[in-house]
Design a binder for this molecule. Structure first.
Ligand code: UD1
Ligand code: UDP
Length: 384
């Protein structure tokens, strides 16, 4: 029998797991691949929630998460632990995702091991090294050491070309995977594969005790650059909004990062019509996004998912690496200024025309077939 393509798929946080799960399932479906799933467990509980939903059992679990971990420790742990695994399994290619510490450190580790690297969700940029921190630099560095770039949109393809990654030129890697000269592929984002897989599931949200008389405003916030004052501003804006609008309730699944929880619980715990809840499994979270009247978020993934569900999204950041949904009108950047957040939410709640202008279902990030495309591209690279 033909030798299979030994494909190490590595991820560690909730959003990477959600976006890599459909690709793992696709690789498992194709007889040409021998997938090896490695989780760093940069996240623990929030990663396991996703592994359970997609029924994925990792081949290697590095179990690296520490309470309130720091970037130095996590980065060096990932480098050292993945070195051992790459030496043991000798993969033909390593696939990593996005812009986390797991993504950057595992790409660098594979490069050091002279294994070709495929970057899923390549080419996103704000062109501001501090926003988001440290993700902008993680993805720039991951792209620099990658051999294949699976870019979700035309904009991300252009970012890669503008950053000096040249089509038709081998970057001197150890393998012949770019014999045909092509390195950048527009594939769509696998997040839409995951969303379509999940959103149709029948999920009972009754345990959340949402009031049928109130509009739901869904909030998520966890970015490092928002820790401290910006996150306090967001909480103050939420308090104002709830006080001024008796017909809404805010639901906030609070991220497990203690830097988020300390501020959020201090400011918003036990306030009437504000529900602070634990991070939701992906299926109920998708159902809650669909149910929401407005979404406020600084999440990358939520910015990509919510537009397909036709829910207006206000992004609690000053810039985004995901401009496509902003351009189409259903996502607006409001930053972390208390007044700006408050006035935009109030306008959405009171001005029907404004609300309807943002409530449109658009899908600039994918069509649900990104994982299939990525698998097919890798097959052709290995002449399968
Ligand atoms: C990480 C990523 C960020 C991504 C986010 C998605 C980096 C530097 N940051 O940020 O890009 O947007 O994940 O959510 O890669 N914790 C738990 N259980 C969990 C997860 C986290 O207890 O399941 C707590 C731990 O105390 C952990 C801390 O949160 O040390 C921080 O986790 P970390 O992955 O370093 O940062 P995030 O803020 O989650
Ligand atoms: N998400 C989830 N449960 C929650 C909150 C978010 O499953 O309680 C999902 C969300 O749908 C999206 C992903 O987690 O797919 C986003 O993760 P996060 O916001 O932590 O990270 P980012 O995308 O900003 O890196």
């Amino acid at each position: 029998m033909d030798k299979k393509i030994k494909t190490a798929v590595i991820f560690g946080t909730r959003p990477e797991a959600i976006k890599m799960a459909p690709l793992v399932l696709e690789l498992k479906r194709c007889s040409e691949f021998e997938p090896v799933v490695i989780v760093t467990a940069q996240h623990r509980q929030m990663l396991d929630q996703v592994l359970d939903l997609f029924n994925i059992t990792p081949d290697f679990d590095l179990n690296l998460m520490k309470p309130n971990q720091n970037l130095w420790g996590l980065t060096s742990d990932i480098l050292l632990e993945t070195k051992k695994i790459f030496e043991e399994i000798k993969p033909d290619i390593v696939l990593m995702h996005g812009d986390t510490t797991t993504a950057f450190a595992s790409a660098l580790s594979a490069f050091y091991a002279r294994v070709p690297v495929g970057h899923v969700e390549a080419g996103l940029r704000t062109f501001n090294k501090d926003y988001p921190f440290p993700e902008e630099i993680n993805r720039v560095l991951a792209d620099a050491v990658s051999d294949l770039h699976f870019a979700p949109t035309e904009g991300s393809v252009q970012n890669l070309l503008n950053s000096g990654i040249k089509e038709g030129v081998s970057n001197g890697g150890p393998d012949s995977i770019y014999e045909d000269g092509r390195r950048i592929y527009k594939t769509g984002n696998t997040v839409i594969d995951a969303l379509l897989y999940t959103v149709e599931k029948n999920v009972d949200l009754s345990y959340l005790r949402l009031s049928s008389d109130l509009k739901t405003v869904l909030l998520t916030s966890h970015r490092r650059e928002n820790f401290g004052r910006p996150l306090e501003n967001i909480c103050d804006a939420i308090l104002d909004i709830v006080r001024e609008n008796e017909d809404i309730e805010v639901v906030y699944p609070v991220h497990l990062n203690p830097n988020v929880r300390n501020t959020v619980f201090k400011k918003l715990d036990k306030v009437d019509r504000i529900k602070l809840i634990e991070p939701l499994d992906y299926a109920p979270f998708c159902a809650l996004m669909k149910h929401a009247h407005i979404i406020l978020t600084d999440s990358g993934g939520v910015q990509e998912e919510a537009p397909s569900l036709g829910v207006p999204v206000l992004v609690l950041r000053d810039e985004t690496e995901r401009p496509e949904a902003v351009e189409s009108g259903c996502v607006k950047l409001v930053g972390t200024d208390r007044e700006k957040i408050k006035s935009t939410v109030n306008k959405l709640l009171s001005d029907e025309e404004f609300y309807n202008s943002m409530k449109m279902a658009v899908n600039p990030y994918g069509d649900g077939l990104a994982s299939k495309r990525i698998a097919n591209i890798i097959k052709t690279k290995f002449n399968k």
